[in-house]
Design a protein around this ligand. Structure first.
Ligand code: LMR
Length: 359
């Protein structure tokens, strides 16, 4: 099936090839001449204005719905940038993969065809595998733990690893803890997952989580997942409760288990050369707006999660399993070997800072 890539090894190789070719392209063609994209070329658009900001149009693309922590944070960013710049800086927000999807958004930002993307951090693991830290099973205890890591040295060190690939990490935005849906079985024990074909956002760790439980996992682009579930190409998927609700997976899935086994967290990524070419005043404004948009996303998570679970319950399409502490412990025990293996393989400084952030 088009858009479905089976096996992370293949995916990682492709990422590396894409990475190399994009870097060569970036060296050959400086950004100012990139695709005649005047709207996003700072050179073409600079100019004085009443508010003193350069004229600029920024494209921001993401794959989730507007009514999600990411969607609302993106709209907040637009609102702040446009009002603070006196209308000189425009932010065009493209949600739901309207402009770019999982398979092409990273290449698009590297080529400066889009200025801001917000992929799941794990989707950047072809560049630095520590971006899969959020998929380490039961690594982060709660929102406070995540914020302390992301705002601290460990999170900032992780974002900075993108610099050498022509990108710049601006922030982390929240999605939520991940849960499992499927249309075969009520899952209340890791053994129930055995034999299921599960969609993930990709990455070695999360794929091993499912392998360890005897399931097979497949990377499928987010905006193609509903169809894959509907066609029965896969039996289930894992995601935040807000994504599960806004993507209407209940229409094609019978069971939902609230496992919270890993975290879905985003990295906000821009094109480094484009960013470095902005006027300092513009960078300042965007940095400030990004901070406030990050807070907006964080403030929305709990509220949106509560609304989403209530909606799923009231629709009654999926049977919901809420795990007891004992049942949750069984999942922890089952997938602990994945944590032990990968926590040692990733950047140790960042891992240690992530653990410290929870103390
Ligand atoms: C996923 O692919 O599961 C998520 O990253 C989608 C998203 O961006 O919310």
């Amino acid at each position: 099936m088009r858009g479905i890539e089976r096996g992370f090894t293949k995916n990682k190789k492709l990422m590396n090839i894409a990475k190399m070719s994009l870097l060569s392209l970036a060296l050959l063609f400086p950004l100012a001449g990139c695709g005649g994209n005047e709207a996003s070329s700072t050179e073409a658009a600079k100019g004085d204005s009443d508010a003193g900001y350069q004229k600029l149009s920024i494209k921001l693309s993401h794959v989730a719905s507007d009514n999600t922590p990411k969607g609302l944070a993106a709209l907040k960013f637009k609102e702040l940038v446009e009002s603070e710049s006196g209308g000189n800086i425009e932010v065009k927000v493209y949600p739901s993969g309207q402009l770019y999807g999982d398979n092409d958004e990273i290449e698009a930002v590297q080529a400066n065809n889009v200025q801001i993307i917000i992929p799941s951090a794990a989707k950047l693991s072809g560049f630095e595998e520590t971006f899969e830290i959020f998929d380490l099973p039961f690594m982060f205890k709660n929102e406070e733990h995540l914020r302390a890591f992301e705002d601290g040295e460990g999170g900032q060190e992780l974002l900075a690893t993108l610099d050498e690939y022509g990108m710049k990490g601006l922030s982390f935005w929240p999605n939520g803890f991940k849960h499992i849906t499927n249309n075969k079985v009520a899952v209340d024990d890791p053994s129930d997952v055995k034999g299921l074909k599960v969609r993930t956002h990709g990455g070695q760790i999360i794929n091993e989580v499912y392998e360890t439980m005897g399931a097979s996992s497949t990377k499928i682009a987010f905006n193609e997942t509903y169809q894959a579930l509907q066609l029965g190409t896969i039996d289930g998927q894992e995601n935040s409760i807000v994504n599960i609700e806004t993507q209407k997976y209940g229409e094609v899935q019978n069971h939902l288990t609230l496992t919270s086994h890993a975290r879905s967290e985003y990295a906000v990524v821009t094109n480094k050369q484009w960013w470095d070419g902005l006027e300092p005043k513009t960078q300042e404004l965007l940095t400030k707006a990004m901070k406030e948009a990050t807070n907006e996303g964080r403030n929305q998570v709990e509220k949106l999660e509560t609304e989403a679970i209530e909606k799923i319950k009231s629709e009654g399409k999926m049977a919901i399993v809420e795990l007891t502490d004992e049942q949750k412990e069984a999942f922890k025990q089952a997938i602990q070997p994945v944590f032990d293996k990968w926590a040692q393989k990733m950047n140790q400084d960042i891992i240690n800072k992530a653990i410290e952030a929870g103390n």
